[in-house]
Design a protein around this ligand. Structure first.
Ligand code: SF4
Ligand code: SF4
Length: 56
C-alpha cells in the first residue's frame, strides 16, 4: 500500500518535508510519491491544505 497524490495538488511543497522516508518529490505539475518508499504513515495527507494525497 502507498499514498498517491491526486491532480488536486497545488505544488505547495508542504508534504515533502513531512515525509519520514523522503518518498515525495516535485513532479510535472504536481508532487509525486514513490510507492516503493512510502510506508503509508498518512503525514502527507494530514499536512496537505487541499487533501491531495489519498490512500491508493
Ligand atoms: Fe511519506 Fe507517509 Fe505520505 Fe507515504 S504516507 S508519502 S511515507 S508522508
Ligand atoms: Fe501538493 Fe498537498 Fe503536497 Fe502541497 S502538501 S505539494 S498541495 S500534495
Amino acid at each position: 500500500m502507498a499514498y498517491k497524490i491526486t491532480d488536486a495538488c497545488i505544488s505547495c511543497g508542504a508534504c515533502e518535508a513531512e515525509c519520514p522516508v523522503q518518498a515525495i518529490s516535485e513532479g510535472d505539475g504536481k508532487y509525486v510519491i514513490d510507492a516503493d518508499k512510502c510506508i503509508d504513515c498518512g503525514s502527507c495527507a494530514d499536512t496537505c491544505p487541499v487533501s491531495a494525497p489519498e490512500q491508493a
